[in-house]
Design a protein around this ligand. Structure first.
Ligand code: 2P0
Length: 325
């Protein structure tokens, strides 16, 4: 019996990962840059035991169905290939996210699973090797191995595609993210399906790929100079470009809901009132504000006039993976 436990925090991309050049290895079409957060995380325990007759996956106390288990099982197969281990495993995960936030994250989930496997089987993977392993489970998970600002280098093969931290620890202490949780009844298009459809069909996708290296260079320079205005401006612009690609996909789609637009407008109003903040969005309707900590309370007070206070959740920069005993 081999057992390991780990915690990983979710991350939000400022320069987005959007599209794969290799779906099996999960090699992305472009570099991305994220901020790891402290407020949302996953704790995972994995037990490999020769008495098990299949892999099983419990999430928040419930045994998961075949579909959810097969994603975990495929990842465990990769781990079994790179280790001597042949046994099936039991994976028990708990997501720490605000109730009903719809923020269950594959980034923290797969990063925690990779780290728990590393621990259980004493694989002694370096952080870089662990980032590569987590990437095989879910692209964005490779960034959750590290804390603070993190860049995922797209690479050209399995060995060269991994994340690494940017040295910006002292600045991340000044920053915050405020989530505006938008509830909508629409059926989700997963990020995996959404990015695939966009790569294959969107006439706007080549424009996206042309823009990302420029946005990334601007973001990295802004981080090195602690230039919040430039970082926020490029974060918001990059998000809008990513979401623009979905409108030209065939069939077209959007992750935005009416409340997403209301939240974006609220951000613009805050800026007009002199409270600097910028938005980003991922494969869903929730809006996330990048803001300096010193302005957080004022922004929150204004947003509470427009949204229910339960819809507003703040987070700060978080650490990399943690091994739990
Ligand atoms: C990101 N997203 O950079 C982008 C922005 C969503 C929008 O990474 O297929 O769950 O498992 O590699 O990592 C979400 O994609 O997708 C994501 P897979 P993943 O955060």
């Amino acid at each position: 019996m081999h057992k390991g436990r780990a915690r990983a925090y979710t991350n939000i991309a400022l320069i987005k990962y959007w599209g794969k050049k290799d779906e099996t290895l999960i090699l992305p079409m472009n570099n991305s840059l994220s901020l790891t957060l402290n407020a949302f995380y996953t704790e995972t325990e994995v037990i490999f035991d020769e008495t098990y007759t299949q892999d099983s996956f419990y999430l928040d106390g419930e045994l998961q169905d075949a579909k959810a288990t097969s994603k975990v099982s495929q990842f465990l197969d990769i781990v079994r290939q790179l280790s001597e281990e042949k046994s099936y495993a039991q994976v028990t995960s708990k997501n720490f996210v605000p109730t009903a936030a719809g923020l269950a994250s594959s980034a923290s989930g797969l990063a925690a699973l990779a780290a728990a496997c590393n621990e259980a089987l004493d694989l002694q993977l370096s952080d870089r090797a662990l980032s590569r392993l987590a990437r095989r489970g879910s692209g964005s998970a490779c960034r959750s191995i590290f804390g603070g600002f993190v860049e995922w280098e797209q690479g050209t093969d399995d060995a060269s595609s991994y994340a690494q931290p940017l040295n910006s620890d002292d600045w991340t202490d000044d920053l915050a993210m405020l989530f505006i949780l938008v509830n909508d009844q629409q059926k989700d298009i997963s990020s995996r399906d959404g990015m695939k459809r966009t790569v294959e069909t969107s006439s706007f996708y080549p424009g996206w790929l042309e823009e990302v290296p420029k946005d990334l260079a601007i973001a990295k320079k802004a981080i090195s100079e602690k230039d919040f205005t430039t970082l926020g401006t490029v974060t918001e612009a990059n998000c809008l470009k990513m979401h623009g690609t979905t409108l030209a996909a065939v069939p077209p789609f959007t992750y935005w809901s009416p409340d997403s637009l209301k939240a974006m407008q609220a951000v613009r109003s805050l800026r007009s009132a002199g409270i600097e903040c910028y938005f980003t969005m991922d494969a869903g309707p929730n809006v996330k504000l990048l803001i300096e900590k010193k302005n957080l309370a004022q922004a929150q007070a204004y947003l509470e006039t427009l949204f229910d206070s339960a819809q507003l959740v703040s987070a700060f920069a978080g650490p990399g993976i943690e091994i739990l005993k």
